[in-house]
Write a new protein. Structure first.
Length: 403
């Protein structure tokens, strides 16, 4: 593997030192371990948080290279143990991640105690120079991003849910958006498990569409809650059937339909509405984990329903977005010029948009400012920001300049 050798490696010299390589998968460890060993470094590896911590205690590594998540926990927990519990502020920690998030980088450095955040894919030359710099063997810290020339470690890959994301990992930094987008466009079948603290949710997916969603006992998100809130069934009568549903261990929807309180069309509409409310809930979770498994999804035999994941992604971004924070980071959107993006795997026409929203989006031709388009569409400013943020997250809209 050709590279411009650092001074410490000229003339075939080897580097003495121990690297703790803690990554999400064994494949990622193997990909990086051999090249580092070739330059003389002793490399110990782990894919589990507990193992990584044990190796840290026993090997006292010169440098640690870690993933944002492991099979049994998060990098933030490992860093907390090292920096706070062991009061070790000296061991350099490099976070290697395929998630392009300024929030992640800022939090990792300011709160976790990470020294460097490297966006993957990165080069062998860049990784080695950064290691040598942290070991005191290189005078100058390499420039970032380290993403040119021949890549050493590609963005995390998996044969499961998505090619550029592992089959299990952290929900931090809105990773749910690209994950669900790829599950949708690649038409995956299986079950996507999401959890955060005492909350849990499972998407049952059939060829990229949602056919069932389980939410355990998320407070305020039961089907009974939705029926009462939307006044689909009179709350007093509904209470009787909720009690029967628990006592008889029967589905509430079946009971109210059999009693003639709703017809098939109303029940289907209520179920879709309820699913959408539940399915977008994880977009507001700040921490948590996901896991995708290839398995046969469970579908309702009586009222088969399919909901497009792309619409759920858009809904999730719109409902969870902090408008003020988004505008503070993105700048004054009203003066920005946007253009629709044509994608082979995804089309704006697939989205369920209101007529006034469609008029706004189709007027964004890369020439007029968003503020002018907003006035023509007569939409509220916050609604437009949420819509624009959602479409940008899906890769269907991009900024091309300022007016």
């Amino acid at each position: 593997m050709a590279m411009d050798l650092p001074a410490a490696l000229e003339g075939g010299a080897k580097v003495k030192g121990t690297i703790l390589l803690a990554q999400a998968t064994r494949a990622e460890c193997d990909h990086l371990q051999a090249p580092l060993a070739d330059v003389g470094l002793s490399v110990v590896t782990a894919t589990r948080l507990e193992n990584a911590y044990e190796l840290y205690l026993t090997h006292h590594p010169d440098v640690m290279i870690i993933s944002p998540f492991f099979t049994d926990g998060l990098a933030s927990d490992l860093c907390r143990r090292i920096r706070t519990q062991k009061n070790d502020r000296k061991t350099p920690i490099i976070l290697a991640t395929s998630v392009g998030s300024g929030t992640l980088q800022m939090e990792a450095i300011t709160r976790w105690g990470v020294n460097d955040v490297v966006r993957l894919p990165a080069t062998f030359d860049g990784i080695v120079r950064l290691i040598l710099y942290r070991m005191g063997l290189e005078k100058t810290r390499p420039n970032f991003p380290l993403q040119k020339a021949e890549p050493l470690l590609p963005a995390a890959q998996s044969t499961d849910a998505a090619r550029t994301l592992p089959a299990a990992g952290s929900l931090e930094d809105a990773i749910l958006v690209p994950l669900m987008r790829m599950v949708a466009v690649k038409k995956r079948t299986g079950m996507l498990h999401l959890s955060s603290d005492d909350r849990a949710l499972v998407y049952h997916l059939l060829r990229g569409e949602l056919v069932q969603v389980e939410s355990g006992h998320l407070h305020g998100l039961t089907f009974a809650d939705y029926l009462a809130e939307q006044r689909v069934v009179d709350p007093e009568r509904l209470a009787v059937f909720v009690k029967r549903s628990v006592e008889e261990k029967r589905l509430l929807g079946h009971l109210v339909r059999k009693a003639g309180l709703v017809d098939d069309a109303t029940l289907r509409s209520a179920l879709v509405g309820h699913w959408r409310v539940k399915a977008v809930h994880p977009f507001s979770w700040k921490t948590g984990t996901y896991r995708f498994e290839k398995s046969t999804p469970v579908q309702s035999p009586d009222v088969p329903i399919r909901v497009g994941l792309i619409d759920l992604v858009l809904d999730g971004v719109r409902t969870s977005l902090d408008v003020a924070a988004y505008e503070a980071e993105a700048g004054n959107l009203s003066r920005m010029v946007f253009r629709r993006v044509a994608r082979k795997d995804l089309d704006i026409k697939q989205l369920e948009l209101r007529p006034d929203e469609k008029r706004l989006i189709y007027s964004l031709d890369g020439e007029k400012a968003l503020g002018d388009a907003m006035r023509l569409a007569n939409l509220e400013s916050d609604d437009v920001v949420r819509l624009v943020a959602g479409l940008r997250a899906l890769g269907l809209l991009r900024a091309v300049g300022r007016a």
